[in-house]
Design a protein around this ligand. Sequence first.
Ligand code: FES
Length: 683
Amino acid sequence: MLNVPPKDNKTDPLVLFMPSGKRGRFPVGTPILDAARSLGVYVESVCGGRATCGRCQVSVQEGNFAKHKIVSSNDHISSVGPKEQRYASVRELPDGRRLSCSAQILGDLVIDVPQDTVINAQVVRKAASDRVIERNAAVQMCYVEVDEPDMHKPLGDLDRMKAVLEKDWGWKDLLIAPHLIPQVQGILRKGSWAVTAAIHRDMDSSRPFIVGLWPGLKNEAYGIACDIGSTTIAMHLVSLLSGRIVASSGASNPQIRFGEDLMSRVSYVMMNPDGREAMTKAVREAVNGLIGKVCAEGGIDRHDILDMVVVGNPIMHHLFLGIDPTELGQAPFALAVSGALQYWAHEIDIEVNRGARLYMLPCIAGHVGADAAGATLSEGPHRQDKMMLLVDVGTNAEIVLGNRERVVAASSPTGPAFEGAEISSGQRAAPGAIERVRIDPDTLEPRFRVIGVDKWSDEEGFAEAAAAVGVTGICGSAIIEVVAEMYLTGIISQDGVVDGGMAAKSPRIVPNGRTFSYLLHDGDQRITVTQNDIRAIQLAKAALYAGIKLLMEKQSVDHVDMIRFAGAFGSFIDPKYAMVLGLIPDCDLAEVKAVGNAAGTGALMALLNRGHRREIEETVRKIEKIETALESKFQEHFVNAMAMPNKVDAFPKLAEVVALPERKVLTDEGGEGGGRRRRRSRE
Ligand code: FES
C-alpha cells in the first residue's frame, strides 16, 4: 500500500488537504496520494496508482492562504505526465483535476479532495446540516496483477493473488468468501491475471475479507442505506467509491396489512402462529423490491451492491431480522439483541451481490431503536458543546438529549394523534388535507392551506384550485397549528377547554353535545375541531413533553440550547406552533430545526464511513436509557404539560416572538382540561 511518513523537515513543502484541514510537510517529488495517505486523508484508489481508475482525482486551490502561511499554485505540482495524459485521452479528466497517484509535490500546496469524484455527478453528501460525510467505506476495491502459475513455485492461484494483495495494498491475513473459491481460477484467467478484489474491512473478525472478485479493472461498487419505518421504507443507492447518491426512493411498508401501528403488529405475531414469518417475508420482499427500483433508476446492476446499512425501530429491526418481537410489546420491553449486527446480506434473503454485507446499527433501548441511533449519529448530540434535544415524533416519540459530556434517551407514548388518528377530521398528509391554519384574533375566521393547492383559502381562485383535491381533513402539522391558534386567539383556555362564551362572538364556535367545537371548514366535508380532538392533542403533547422534562431533569438543565426534529412529522410542523402548544420546551426558535429523515442520513453516514459505525456503537453504549413508565415524576410532568403551553414551565424565548395569552395559575386539576377554577392571574 502506498505510504510514506510525513517528514518534519521545515524546508520541505507544506501541503494542506481540504476539506479535512489536515496538513504536513513532504519532500519534493512525493506523490500527492502518498502524502494524503500518510496524513490519513481518505483518497480513493482502485488501480493502486497505475493511473487507470481515475478515482484518486484532486485539484489545486490557487492563491495566498495567509492563515495557513501557504502560497498555493499549479506551478507547485508536477506537470501532467505520460500516465495522466494516457488516462485523460481514454477517460476524460476534467479541467483542473489531477490524478494524485501521478502528480507530485514541488512546492507548498492547498489540495482539494473532491467529494464527488464521479464526473457530472450530483454533488455529494450534503446531509441535512450541510455536513460533508467524509468517505471511508467498509469496502475497498483493489486492482492487482497476479503472477502467472509456475511449475517451480507450486503456490495456488488464490495464494498468489493474496500475496500480491498484501504486497501492493498491504492486506495481511486475508480471508475469502467461500462462494468465491471455486471461481478464482476462472476469473484470473478471464482477466489475463489482472483482477479487482473487493475487500471488506469491517467484519466481526478483524481480518479483512475478499467479498467479490472480477476480471480486469472493476471501477465501481455500490451500497444501500435503508431506513425501515413502520409506515414507509426509505432507501438510498450510493456509489461507495465517490459517495454519490445514485438514486433515492421510498415504498410503503407492506406490513401495514398486518396492523396499522407497531403494537397491532406485535399482537398479530402473538395471535398468529405464522405471523412473524409472514411479516419478515413481507418486509424483506419490500426491501428487495425497492433495491430493484433504485437500481433501475440509477442504471445499476443489483449485483454490484456490496454493502448495506439498515436502521429501523426495534420492532421493525426484529421483524426484518426474523426475530420474534413479542417481548417488545410488554414490560420490560426486552430487546433480543441491542448491539450492532453484521450479516451476509443473502442470509436475510436480500438479493444483491452474494458477497455483500449488511450492517444493522445498534438499538438504544426497547422503544428507542436503531433508527434513533441513526438520527443520533446524524445530528450528533454527543458531538455538541451545547445541550441538544433530538426528537422523532411518531406514535412513539423517541427523545435523545445531551452533549459531549453525557447523553440520555427515552421514549414517550404519544399515540397516533399527531398523525391524524384519534382526531375527528384527522387524516394522513395527502392531497386534500389541511396543512396550515391561521385564525384571525378579532373575527376568529380561519384561513388555511391544503396539500396540493398553492393558494391560501382566503385567496382568489382557491375554490377552483381546491376543486380537484377537495378539502378532506386535517393532517398532523395542521392539528398542531389549529390548536395553537385556538389558544392564541382565546378560543380555548390554557387548560384546553373551548370557550362556549365565544359562540356569541363567532358562528365558528358551535355546540357539540355538552362541549363546543370550532368549525374550520364548511364544505362537502364539514371539518371541525372538537373538544375531544383537543384533548387527544393535549394527551399526546403532554406525554412528549413529560418525557423531555424527565431527560432534562436527568441532565440537571432547565432549558435546552437547540432542538432537532427528525422524521416526516418534524419536517412539516412549524416549530413556533409546536412550542406554543408546549410540545417542546422553550428555546431560541432559530435553534429549532427540522432535519428530515435523520435516521436515513445516519445509515448513509455509517455506509460511507465505517468510522461512524464505531462512533455510534460507542455512543449507544454510553447513552443512559430512561424508562419513562418507571419514573415517579412522569405523572406530575404529564399533568403540568396538559396546559398550554405548560402549567409551571415558562417560555420566555417564545414570548419574545409570540404574544402569548396572559398566563393563569391553575388548580391541580386545572391542568387536566376540565372546567377550571382559577386562583389568580400571573403577570
Ligand atoms: Fe487509480 Fe490514481 S489511483 S488513477
